[in-house]
Design a binder for this molecule. Structure first.
Ligand SMILES: O=C(O)C1=C[C@@H](OP(=O)(O)O)[C@@H](O)[C@H](O)C1
Ligand SMILES: C=C(OP(=O)(O)O)C(=O)O
Length: 438
């Protein structure tokens, strides 16, 4: 299937002439929006998503659920303000065809949903989606009673032969390559006849905050979930079968997409305010308050939102990003502009993200004159004086935003295919130039 139209045009990344001082309204969270769409589709009553993210990944999720018979009406919310989507769950139908694009959430969260449809559901996507791991989901669904046709590689393309119900029960998987395997099975678990018990058998498990997000959102729609943190066995999650409630959910801003704007305050010694930063959240981007403070900034969480201020100095950091891997490209970009070296650890699984992010960051920063080396599970970054040049993005939204951060401090950086930010943040170029007052 054809990838998202690649835009090979070069976008001159704006160079900051001084300290930024801006308020940036960041659109809704990809991870929350796509979980909310799945849960609302599996509910026994209609629900609302308010301030959903409208981006390639969330529109692919909505399109896929619609293909399986769910009605999703896009409009304004019950109180007449702001965008809201109304989800009307109906029986899940096949035959259907799902385009996952390169969305991990779509390719992992929907095969379990498809197992509940009453006919075959064919999954296909961008060329990169064929390379991203899916074994945990495919093997688990087979153990739980589903029939799946694939080409034996444990990846897309594939067809799930839904039979209207799935027995469910106990399953053991290795989710060391993606936390999304665990989230996928838990999200549909309440609708399996016996619910589901997922046991992770691998030695590491990335992105724990995203698994907590899954558990919290399941509980918010009435599911009963037992977790290692609630006194259960380590690495075991249990979801009891039961009906899910329709909710009226306000989607939080995407804190990982707030990262480039916070980085702008940090590298220019300026100030950026992100309204509606949640006081409590499972989003991994919340760790930026601590990480970017250690790198030289300071922040204050007010009722209005997060106020983040750079000091004019940017320091290197030695940090394990295993829990918050999607923050790595932005942290690497800041680290390349710092006054001391950095070591980013715990992120070997990033080699299987939108692109091999460790290889891509190393190559692209070094081509601007940087000194980055790959380690077994991360990056060493020794800041050097950088120069302008083309920053390739490999259809990876976070490579594009990382390049924009570098451009603030380095004149003449040109980002290839900035349009790839549409995966999770279609407004990025306008928000960025707006922040800079251009
Ligand atoms: O469940 C989610 O919404 C996500 C989980 C993480 O995936 P991995 O565990 O595969 O890194 C994260 O990197 C991705 O951006 C979103
Ligand atoms: C890894 C990411 O996305 P996906 O949901 O496609 O895995 C990401 O957004 O950084």
């Amino acid at each position: 299937m054809a990838p998202n139209t690649a835009d090979t045009a070069l976008w001159p990344a704006p160079h900051a002439s001084g300290a930024v001082d801006a308020t940036v309204h960041v659109p809704g969270s990809k991870s929350v929006t796509n979980r909310a769409l799945v849960l609302a589709s599996l509910s026994s009553e209609p629900g609302w998503l308010r301030r959903p993210l409208r981006s390639r990944d969330t529109l692919l999720m909505a399109g896929a659920l619609r293909a399986m018979g769910i009605e999703i009406e896009e409009g304004v919310g019950p109180d007449g303000t702001g965008e809201a989507w109304r989800v009307l769950p109906t029986g899940l139908r096949g035959p259907a065809t799902v385009d996952v694009g390169n969305a991990g959430t779509v390719m992992r969260f929907l095969p379990p949903v498809a197992a509940l449809a009453d006919g075959p559901v064919r999954f296909d996507g961008d060329p990169r989606s064929y390379e991203r791991p899916l074994t945990g989901v495919i093997d688990a669904l087979r153990q739980l009673g589903a029939r799946i046709d694939d080409d034996g590689r444990g990846a897309l393309p594939l067809t799930v032969h839904g039979s209207g119900a799935l027995e469910g029960g106990q399953v053991a998987i290795d989710a060391s390559s993606s936390s999304q395997f665990v989230s996928a099975l838990l999200l549909s678990g309440p609708r399996f006849n016996q619910g589901v018990e997922v046991r992770h058998t691998g030695s590491t498990l990335p992105s724990m905050p995203h698994i907590r997000m899954t558990v919290d959102m399941l509980r918010a729609v009435g599911a009963q979930v037992d977790t290692p943190e609630s006194g259960g066995e380590p690495n075991v999650w249990r979801v009891t079968p039961g009906a899910l409630l329709g909710r009226d959910l306000v989607i939080e801003p995407d804190l990982s997409n707030a990262q480039p704007f916070l980085a702008a305050a940090l590298v220019t010694g300026g100030k950026v305010v992100i309204p509606d930063w949640p006081a409590h959240t499972t989003q991994p981007g919340d760790r930026l308050r601590e990480i970017f403070t250690e790198m030289g900034g300071s922040c204050e969480l007010t009722e209005y939102g997060l106020v983040f201020t750079g000091s004019g100095s940017v320091h290197g950091i030695d940090v394990d990003l295993g829990e918050v891997g999607e923050l790595t490209p932005g942290i690497a970009a800041v680290a390349a502009l710092a006054d001391s070296p950095s070591t980013l650890r715990g992120v070997a699984h990033l080699r299987l993200h939108e692109t091999d992010r460790l290889a891509a960051l190393t190559k692209e920063i070094n081509e601007l004159g940087g000194d980055v080396t790959e380690t077994a599970d991360g990056l060493h970054i020794r800041p050097r004086r950088l120069h302008g040049g083309v920053f390739h993005t490999y259809d990876d939204h976070r490579m594009a935003t990382a390049g924009a951060i570098l451009g603030l401090g380095v004149e003449g950086v040109q980002i290839e295919n900035v349009a790839t930010t549409a995966k999770t943040l279609p407004d990025f170029p306008d928000l960025w130039t707006g922040m800079l007052g251009a």
